[in-house]
Design a protein around this ligand. Sequence first.
Ligand code: UGA
Length: 436
Amino acid sequence: MKIAMVGSGYVGLVSGACFADFGHDVVCIDKDASKIDRLKAGVMPIYEPGLAELVAANVKSGRLSFSTDLASAIGGAQAIFIAVGTPSRRGDGHADLSFVYAVADEVAAQLTGPAVVVTKSTVPVGTGDEVERIIRDSGTAVRFAVVSNPEFLREGAAISDFKRPDRIVIGAEDEWARGVMREVYRPLFLNRAPILFTSRRSSELIKYAANAFLATKITFINEIADLCEKVGGDVQDVSRGIGLDNRIGAKFLHAGPGYGGSCFPKDTLALLKTAEDYDSPLRIVESVVKVNDSRKRAMGRKVIEALGGQDAARGKKVALLGLTFKPNTDDMRDAPSIAIAQALADAGVNVAAYDPEGMELAAPLMPGVTMTTGAYAAIEEADAVVLVTEWDAFRALDLARVRELARAPVLVDLRNVYEPSDAAAAGLTYTSIGRA
Ligand code: UGA
């Protein structure tokens, strides 16, 4: 089957490469000519483990190609995916759909044969209806249908999430479109991935409800962690104790500095806007957004406390390990490290940082922070070492060496990577999340 993927960013590129790997004939399209040139030369626009190899193998096999020319690239495609960005609209938090609608316009103008137009971008309820209206109003005589097919890929694990999904959600209003989508995902059916066919509006809502629920789960355990610190509990045990209940589930119960990234912060806000538009308040999600925002700033205060308080902190040096919103990505969007670096700068603390992939994108977001060449380089002469993002490289630090290099023996572990007893044995004063 021939598939066109409009938008060669994170979602489009991963999905396109995986569809090609399943044997489909895929063209990834983008209007950014330099991005397409780089992709043709094998240079990835993002850091995602395994992606460069997957792209190279499928380009070599002739099943994956790149183009800036939408008109010719969609010719003969039975499925045309829209996978362009839907950033938060400046100022109001609504999802900005201008890129989606621009693609719909262009597809409408260039459609030459029957095709299913699939929105893979994260779009608010009703967007599919509008895409359908745009194409219909173009007066095209070609048969088409508009389908919603949200993605559930986690950055850093996107390829395995695509190839071994928990489920595939397809929102389609007609049987022909469902048949085409069945063909698109047939290789995954063979792996018995559950596929849920539903209405287009339900499908659009499933995406936002899933992300809002996961954000809620994280925020819930983060507040329980705060309570653990006050009452002398251990959030790791509480999390395990509730997660073993199948009705709750163990995943996304890891307490930390607050969720970040390109999805949860943006999608929770967009969902709240939809709720407001339809006068159907989502008070739980409202609280989640507020609690998570204030948590990131609170993490900065936690570090300042570990330094001995506001007065003692001034002029001291902190080493931040890990800047990206999570490991195995270079993505800095809404990363807790940004709020932490800001709070430290405001308190007159000098910051040295290291991240395996994120420093280039981080540097402009945290002016004044010195980027270093490695974890131990950042730790040298530090008055506190703060583990912000749990990259593998920080999971097995030589704690004795940390103690030796740092000026003061203070370790603040915002991801509970270390055992308090190991830190104590190395002579470190250890603060973590939800462990008294
Ligand atoms: C998230 C969802 O997990 C994907 O299913 C979804 O497709 C994607 O958003 C999207 O909408 O595109 P992602 O943002 O890549 O994926 O990353 P997650 O692994 O979900 O982590 C999000 C944030 O939550 C990170 O800051 C992470 O550190 C934090 N987190 C996650 C916790 O603090 N605790 C946990 O237990 C899990």
